[in-house]
Design a protein around this ligand. Structure first.
Ligand code: PLP
Length: 423
């Protein structure tokens, strides 16, 4: 018997895990993992697998990548915050941060690869604007298996690993992130190609949720506030779900941290829908001229046009349950935040992490966060310069280059031949 079961919060059904991504009854809700242990137990494992009792997997991997939390001095002083904790999810070995591909997406990729081996049947397909794909490539390089990554042409240079691999089938799409998602979805209509699942994948959410678990263990209680930059919002949902488990545990407090989720202007669909009090994103109102907006943002990994916002247990529900807020950040504010972090903390940031910091600065300035509150700032990526000093970077070569309107049935056949020939 597994140490978890899957629950549909829509109809209450208990589901067996067959790499299950949604409720067979068709409920419009994110299925969740329910763990047998209600008290957080830290295992004597490396990195993220310390938290394996609250991950939907049986086995673990020998991988040092995991969440790291530390109490800030530099940014805390500049912001006038007495209890600012940084969840640093990138590469910074001096702080124990060993994520070689420099973003928290490795926290999603590691448990997902274990879950797919244990419960799935087929080759995983991942659509990515760069960071997620790189994280899956690294996980495959370090721990085995194969993966198909579908990325926009202009993100090709973002796919590298610090360990050489020939087990990644990279499909480059001549289009933006949304075109990439459409091609990946179409590929997955083939039975041997498995959709990774995004927000619907419990391994992905609970992997990201370890940032909250690590923070609670480090601080000794749940933080009052949680700041993160979002594209899909999956990290925000995961933080909320992890916090609910910690409340149920009973040792970390009873109040859920308020979620502060940030997007990059001018592409801010969830900010607009939330501020209008709507559960639905209305494209014409919330993301007019999407293509133009996507093209000019500083943090393009945040440009998901179909985030799990209105779905049951999605971003809207997470914000409602935590009395949360959405923030919109300009490019110049984010660029300034990146420089500031480098001076104050001594590490370079992923543009998305700079968005989160700029949002925190704004919330402090407007008085919505008080100086004594315990704040968890999830710096979701960084340390790119630092990793380049310590490790070789091997570029992933494309297996296929396609246009956004490619004939996907034929492409699926080509991809599967590639996978078989490289196994
Ligand atoms: C570095 C980084 N931060 C934040 C995000 C947003 O993550 P999500 O909206 O899935 O929680 C991404 C998404 O790719 C990312 O790469």
């Amino acid at each position: 018997m597994r140490h978890y079961e899957l629950i549909c919060p829509g109809c209450g059904a208990v589901l067996e895990d067959r790499y299950t991504l949604s409720c067979p009854q068709g409920c419009d809700a994110l299925i969740r993992a329910r763990y047998r242990r209600k008290k957080l137990n830290l295992r004597n494992e490396l990195g993220i697998f310390r938290f394996a009792d609250w991950l939907p997997i049986e086995g673990t991997l020998k991988a040092a990548a995991g969440p790291v939390t530390y109490r800030s001095e530099g940014l805390a002083r500049d912001l006038g915050l007495k209890n600012l904790y940084i969840g640093f999810n990138g590469y910074w070995p001096e702080r124990g941060a060993e994520i070689h591909t420099c973003s928290f997406k490795e926290l999603e990729a590691l448990p997902t690869m274990v879950r797919v081996r244990e419960t799935g049947d087929g080759t995983l397909v991942v659509a990515s604007a760069g960071n997620t794909g790189r994280a899956f490539c690294q996980t495959v390089a370090a721990t085995g298996g194969q993966v198909v990554v579908v990325v926009p042409e202009k993100a090709a240079t973002r796919l590298w690993t610090t360990i050489e691999t020939d087990q990644v089938c990279m499909v480059l799409v001549d289009g933006d992130y949304s075109d990439t998602i459409a091609v990946a979805d179409a590929l997955c209509t083939h039975p041997s190609l498995l959709p990774e699942g995004g927000a619907r994948n419990v391994a992905r959410r609970d992997g990201m949720g370890t940032v909250m678990l690590d923070a609670a263990v480090t601080i000794g209680r749940l933080p009052d506030r949680y700041f993160q930059a979002v594209g899909s919002g999956t990290g925000g949902i995961a933080a909320w779900e992890a916090a609910m488990r910690l409340v149920e545990d009973g040792r970390f407090g009873s109040v859920l941290p308020r979620l502060h989720l940030a997007q990059n202007l001018p592409f801010v669909p969830m900010v607009r829908a939330w501020e209008a009090g709507r559960r639905e994103i209305v494209p014409a109102i919330d993301m007019p001229d999407a293509r133009t907006a996507v093209a000019v943002v500083y943090a393009d990994v945040l440009t998901n046009r179909k985030p799990p916002y209105g779905i049951g247990g999605g971003v809207f529900d997470a914000l409602t349950a935590t009395r949360g807020a959405m923030h919109a950040v300009t490019n110049p504010a984010a660029e300034a935040a990146a420089r500031w972090c480098e001076e104050a903390e001594g590490i370079d940031l992923d543009p998305a992490a700079a968005i989160a910091l700029a949002a925190l600065a704004d919330a402090v300035e407007t008085g919505s966060v008080g100086p004594d509150e315990a704040v968890l700032l999830n710096l979701t990526g960084g340390g790119y310069r630092r990793v380049a000093e310590d490790h070789e970077q091997y570029r992933i070569e494309p297996a296929f280059r396609v246009s956004a309107d490619v004939e996907t049935a034929a492409l699926a056949g080509d991809v599967l031949s590639w996978v078989r020939n490289h196994a």
